[in-house]
Ligand binder design. Structure first.
Ligand SMILES: NC(=O)C1=CN([C@@H]2O[C@H](COP(=O)(O)OP(=O)(O)OC[C@H]3O[C@@H](n4cnc5c(N)ncnc54)[C@H](OP(=O)(O)O)[C@@H]3O)[C@@H](O)[C@H]2O)C=CC1
Ligand SMILES: O=C(O)C1=N[C@H](C(=O)O)C[C@H](O)C1
Length: 273
């Protein structure tokens, strides 16, 4: 039996990409498409809204009206909090791609992982998760001799900065080097900054056009530099990863749900040592 997937933020860029990724999977089916309460999309055909052709599923505006085995949520921090609490109260696994949480929001969100399996990742593409492992190696080999800078570029509509992925890259590097990212991060530079301090990790943000998501980490040493770059050219790269995570959380609908807990995409891909 196909795993029943519900998607919140259905009318958004990722909501539509997720619908396409679910349609491409032979192990999953779209069972609910949820939008903001009162949205003009309520009652519209989900397949048509996603550009996939009519599928007979009417869009709804609350999780109470949805039947599902697992929820995929790419919305905004406040909405994700509410949706995760609903899943925890109703024993449903949840995949979360939303970025831009502050520390308190993240702590509250992760408390739900005590009740249900929860997969939270700033980036669900296979390539970025591979990059996290490459960054660990690069940091181990070069980190003490190199200045480390993270540069990211995204489309003009993105509302949070730096991107969740850039922050995750910084966290992976800082953890590998035994540094505390909160203390060493430098977010943009302007004016009389003084010379660069060796242990800092810099972040630079570019916003514009239709860039799906570019990330480069530079390890800048004396006489040489290494750059690790990922460029997404389609949101399907994220959406397919999120569907894979949803199937993984439910044991592909065959083996029952995973144990309650906090997972990420590197768990799903088996990329953790
Ligand atoms: N982890 C990953 O791999 C990726 C993560 N992202 C993240 O996913 C999130 C969404 O990105 P994207 O699809 O581009 O953004 P969009 O703005 O296109 O979509 C967000 C959707 O969430 C809905 N939404 C926002 N707030 C609420 C609310 N309070 N209640 C109900 N619905 C709400 C919006 O509804 P409405 O239109 O009515 O406002 C919209 O449909 C971002 O945080 C982004 O950073 C994006 C790509 C990949
Ligand atoms: O908002 C986006 O578009 C993206 N957000 C994620 C992030 O903040 O890292 C992932 C991806 O880069 C696209």
């Amino acid at each position: 039996m196909a795993v029943k997937i519900a998607i919140t933020g259905f009318g958004g860029r990722m909501g539509r990409a997720l619908a396409e990724a679910v349609a491409q999977s032979d192990k999953a089916e779209l069972s609910a498409a949820i939008v903001r309460p009162g949205s003009s999309l309520v009652g519209a055909d989900a397949g048509e809204v996603a550009g996939l052709g009519r599928n007979g599923l009417a869009i709804v505006d609350s999780l109470e009206q949805a039947q599902f085995d697992v929820l995929i949520d790419f919305t905004a921090p406040a909405a994700t909090q509410v949706n995760a609490a609903y899943c925890a109260a109703h024993g449903r696994p949840i995949v979360i791609g939303t970025t831009g949480f502050d520390a308190a929001q993240k702590e509250e969100l992760l408390a739900q992982a005590g009740k249900v399996p929860l997969c939270l990742a700033s980036n669900f593409s296979t390539g970025v998760n591979l990059c996290f492992n490459l960054l660990e190696t690069a940091a181990r080999v070069l980190g003490d001799d190199a200045d480390i800078e993270v540069v990211e570029a995204h489309h003009r509509h993105k509302v949070d900065a730096p991107s969740g992925t850039a922050l995750s890259m910084g966290e992976v590097i800082a953890e590998t080097l035994g540094r505390d990212l909160e203390k060493v991060a430098v977010y943009g530079r302007e004016g009389q900054t003084g010379a660069r301090e060796r242990d800092t990790i810099g972040f630079a943000t570019v916003r514009g056009g239709d860039v799906v998501g570019d990330h480069t980490v530079m390890f800048l040493a004396d006489g040489e530099r290494v750059e690790i770059t990922h460029k997404a050219s389609s949101r399907l790269a994220f959406a397919r990863g999120a569907v894979r995570a949803a199937l993984w959380l439910t044991g592909d609908g065959q083996n029952g749900d995973r144990a309650a807990g906090h997972y990420d995409m590197r768990d799903v891909l088996g990329l953790k040592a």
